[in-house]
Design a protein around this ligand. Structure first.
Ligand SMILES: [Zn+2]
Ligand SMILES: [Zn+2]
Length: 346
């Protein structure tokens, strides 16, 4: 079968013919992939930017961790899903032995493996995964939208970490897919205003509107972000800021527009250390909290939202391509021309 793989510790991907996965072992299933999204982290892996050296010992590996598909083969002992079920797969599997797992927080596990990063993923027709990682979906769920559950759950987790409440004003720095997911999640949680901020980002800010942003700001077109937020928000600063850019200046800019006692959620991956005025943060009783990945509860909630209101998340999908055109899909992501690119292996 055709597979999009990372084969070496250098930039690029390769499209290779590889053998189909072997029969599932105990507690495993094989999923025939219906749709798989290209994630920002896949693009980092493509570029081979810093922070992905952990993959080196696992190469070559088939990429793809945001996906849906049908169960086509079931190993011994599997009870969670059955042949023919439409599922999405929580890509990160926790060890269930470390102190975090034992303490009931498997999302903080020290020893995780991830489908599509450290074991073969879904940019191929078939993928073998642990049955416990599958989330069974309503059979009439659109498989393309089901492939969005992963990034949407990351956004939901960020909104949860930021304790977004009804009536809040939330500013999301960065209109990429995680930013868009955080906007949608903030609206689901009742935020009154969601302000999306980009930089030379006309098309992604348009998508941000469709994903729930009530206002958009392009830094290339305004003199002061703080003034613009105050103008939109009737003279008040934001209760929650979500940083989803990875740009070094964005934490400081985010604290400038955060109210006293507010929470800045850091969800972007930064290639270099960040500086900001800590004393001012202390005096303003602000908090910075890191949000990475998500918890199963977010997956379940997003899956139900998609079943109830599929059109509320569809704008995130920019294009669907055959798996054979993966290179083109990555190039569009690199050019920041698109939100989510969906690859379809069949
Ligand atoms: Zn992802
Ligand atoms: Zn663990």
């Amino acid at each position: 079968m055709l597979a999009v793989r990372k084969t070496g510790a250098y930039p690029g991907i390769s499209l290779d013919q590889i053998s189909e996965p072997t029969a599932p072992g105990a507690d495993e299933v094989v999923v025939e992939v219906a749709a798989a999204g290209i994630c920002g982290s896949d693009v980092h892996v493509y570029e081979w930017s810093t922070g992905y050296a952990f993959m080196k010992s696992k190469l070559p590996v088939t990429l793809g961790h945001e996906f849906s598909g049908h169960v086509v083969s079931v190993g011994p002992g599997v009870t969670q899903v059955a042949l023919g079920d439409l599922v999405t797969v929580i890509p990160t599997r926790s060890c269930m032995r470390c102190s975090y797992c034992a303490g009931g927080a498997p999302n903080l596990c020290l020893d995780r493996d991830t489908v599509g990063l450290t074991r073969d993923g879904a940019f191929a027709r078939f993928v073998r995964v642990p049955a416990l990682s599958c989330l069974k979906l309503a059979p009439d769920t659109d498989p393309v939208l089901a492939a969005l559950i992963e990034p949407l759950s990351v956004g939901d987790h960020a909104a949860n970490v930021g304790e977004v409440k009804s009536g809040d004003t939330v500013v999301v720095l960065g209109p990429g897919t995680i930013g868009q997911a955080a906007m949608r999640a903030a609206r689901w949680r009742g935020a009154l205003r969601v302000i999306a901020v980009g930089m030379h980002d006309e098309s992604r800010l348009l998508t941000a509107r469709a994903m729930g942003a009530t206002h958009t700001l392009d830094l290339a077109e305004i003199a002061s972000l703080t003034d613009a937020v105050l103008a939109i928000n009737h003279g008040r600063l934001a209760e929650v800021v979500v940083e989803a850019t990875g740009h070094p200046s964005s934490v400081s800019a985010g604290l400038d527009i955060l109210c006293r006692g507010g929470i800045l959620v850091a969800a972007g991956i930064h290639a270099v250390p960040v500086t900001f005025d800590l004393t001012r943060l202390v005096r303003n009783s602000q908090q910075i909290r890191g949000a990475h990945g998500s918890r199963r509860r977010s997956w379940e909630m997003v899956a139900e939202r998609i079943a109830l209101e599929p059109e509320s998340v569809r704008p995130m999908v920019s294009i669907e391509l055959d798996l054979a055109d993966a290179q083109l899909g990555f190039e569009k992501c690199l050019a920041r021309e698109v939100s989510k690119v969906i690859l379809r292996p069949t």
